[in-house]
Design a protein around this ligand. Structure first.
Ligand code: HEC
Length: 227
């Protein structure tokens, strides 16, 4: 379980860690993920520090897309960006490709179409409400089960009853703070602090739940009634 938690943290850092161009997960990364980045469109955010940057390594290609979006993403000027998209992006972003869900072309042969690309030139609003709901649901159930199981084990330790209550409840409180602030951050970037605080508290609380039973396992010679 402890390993699962660590793996989740690593995954989080790899997914969102570089959004602000700095390695590591910062407040700006949390804001960018949930609230979006001011001044960016969906597509420019993805290619500047986002997960699509690796597919467009040349600054000149990025420049073409940036210039087009920033000048208003008009159909009349779609020729140059279409060339970049056809060359680098359409292989995945078409109905038969890896990212069929957000196609830029109705088929690979047809090439990028303005109507299909236009939606990703909208301002970057961060995670969509439906993605937020999906992620919240998955985390509440997955992590809730994890903390309940870890809590159950913790209840069997020699910890004093009052501390048992606090330690078992704390991960749930932290989780609600964390996930609640995802939603609030979507509305207002200022709540990103709550996400970081909730996440930090979660780490500490979960560490206590896991480490105490392990510690009791490896410290020999204690009487059952000792506290
Ligand atoms: C190897 C396949 C692949 C290539 C090449 C690729 N993408 Fe993607 N793209 C994906 C996948 C998978 C996702 C969903 C995961 C994610 O958002 O990171 C995605 C997501 C996106 C999104 C977010 C769509 C949304 O609304 O959620 C945008 C915008 C995007 N890509 C733009 C581009 C651009 C621009 C290029 C070319 C420079 C490109 N992609 C190249 C696979 C690809």
């Amino acid at each position: 379980m402890g390993l699962g938690f660590v793996a989740a943290q690593v995954n989080l850092r790899l997914q969102h860690g570089a959004l602000d161009g700095e390695p590591g997960l910062s407040l700006a990364d949390v804001e960018a993920a949930f609230h979006g980045r001011a001044g960016y469109s969906i597509v420019t955010s993805k290619i500047d520090g986002g997960s699509m940057e690796k597919y467009i390594p040349r600054p000149s290609d990025r420049g073409v897309l940036f210039a087009w979006v920033e000048s208003g993403a008009s159909e009349a000027e779609f020729e140059a960006p279409a060339e970049v998209l056809d060359r680098l992006c359409v292989r995945c972003h078409h109905p038969g490709g890896e990212m069929a869900g957000v196609p830029f072309a109705s088929s690979r042969a047809d090439g990028a179409s303005f109507q299909l690309v236009e939606p990703v030139t909208a301002p970057d609003g961060g995670m969509s409400w439906s993605a937020l709901a999906r992620s919240s649901h998955a985390h509440l159930f997955g992590m809730g089960t994890l903390y309940a199981l870890a809590g159950l084990v913790f209840l069997m330790t020699d910890t004093r009853p009052r501390w048992k209550g606090i330690c078992v409840a704390l991960p749930f409180v932290a989780m609600l703070l964390d996930i609640g602030c995802w939603w609030l951050t979507k509305l207002h970037a200022g709540f990103a602090v709550g996400v970081v605080a909730g996440g930090g508290l979660l780490g500490v609380a979960f560490a206590a739940l896991v480490l105490r039973p392990l510690w009791e396992l490896v410290t020999p010679g204690r009487q059952p009634d000792a506290s």
